[in-house]
Design a protein around this ligand. Sequence first.
Ligand code: SDX
Length: 451
Amino acid sequence: MNQKKKSENKSKTYTLFDNENGLSYELPLINGTVGPDVLDISNLYKDSGLFTYDPGFTSTASCNSKITYIDGEKGILRHRGYDIKELCENSNFMEVCYLLLHGDLPSSEDYKKFTNLISKHTMINEQLRNLYGGFRRNAHPMAIMVGVVGALSAFYHDSTDINDPNQRMIASHRLIAKMPTIGAMAYKYSIGQPYIYPKNDLSYSENFLHMMFAVPSEKFIVNKTLSNALDKFFILHADHEQNASTSTVRLAGSSNANPFACIAAGIASLWGPAHGGANEAVINMLTEINSKDRISEYILKSKDKDDPFRLMGFGHRVYKNYDPRASVMKNTAHEVLNELGIKNDPLLDIALELEKIALNDEYFIEKKLYPNVDFYSGIILKAINFPTNMFTVLFAIGRTSGWISQWKEMIEDPVQKIGRPRQLYIGNEYRKYKPQEKREKISIFKKLWFK
Ligand code: SDX
């Protein structure tokens, strides 16, 4: 919808007619800057006694936002108006964090100030180390992330008052700064190696590689190609409009819960294989396919309605065209493999062949299923030697900048109120209480559990 057309729509309303009762309800149209306009239904229930119904929110805008714009048909992703490909080519993750939080790219002075602020918050309270000890060594690192990030609110009380702008900013900086430290410690804990402290003379991505792969007994030189690839990975995962985990953070935050608890809720939601857990699931799927000859078998499986198997890394709620992040990720995968001298990565070969077959398959074409951000990211992370179960931790590290920016925007939104969706009730109508002796003899347990 172009600008001119939008101005024509100013104060346009849609009318809902109830012909049976000769009633009608006005639904005002609200224009966005770009992209779909919205129908304001906030008074519909009060006026009509009707709810709208949209499981999965396929046609529902939950908020207004200035942070990220996605056009799923054209494969467009912009942060504060800047295109994702231009940011990947010209910017870095710290700049993008600033952009998401503050609304524009930083001046060189503000950039220095911001990166210095973040570097001052990279350590975590030493007491938190004991929390790791409570986990089994083979605990999934995402379980540790949910626990430790949620526990930050027990250590950083001085930045939990969500009504204090200064505390909101400190909490935002703390979360962006501490996520790599917490994630790297989860990895070190799992392999029984000593934790490596952050080093403030390294960049954000260099620091993370250092905390992950350095050992106290040896000098560690950060490979710049790998840290640059990681920085791009974080940019590509920084924010993505109102996805499941971001909506979780917003909903948690709408009750005025503290920011650490809200981000822990976002981490929990991201972990699902239908969402951020897909990068780990892609590698597991490619490993299971194991050879190009078996690709068609798996494509068939993914189309079988009775089979829960989905082609991981394919499809997207919004992108009905190629996910712009996937193409950047694919090029970065080739850069990393070349840098590491990995001539033929069997998983990459299977991924490329799988993509080629799927993109020419009627079913995938008809359902507009393209590779998403997760399809190639695992190839990069595996090549850099991250264990598969750390992939979603890296997604969470990158996405924390988006989550906390969306949380901040929500808290600062004057119309913000606690999120409380309604439902379509399809359960029993009123039934009088029955004493046990008068109840049916059939046992639900027998049917479901105790055969
Ligand atoms: C992320 O929202 C975001 O922005 C998320 C994200 C972000 O940055 O935050 O982009 C990150 O989560 C990327 C997505 C990662 N997940 C996966 O790769 C898992 C595999 N993909 C699917 O689970 C699925 O595509 C979803 C969950 C991503 C999207 O699901 P939708 O939008 O609810 O679509 P759907 O499940 O209703 O699918 C529509 C049709 C269905 O067939 P019909 O019922 O219409 O016959 O397409 C089919 C689905 O069966 N389908 C697939 C498929 N994905 C959808 N069939 C086979 N393989 C797939 N991957």
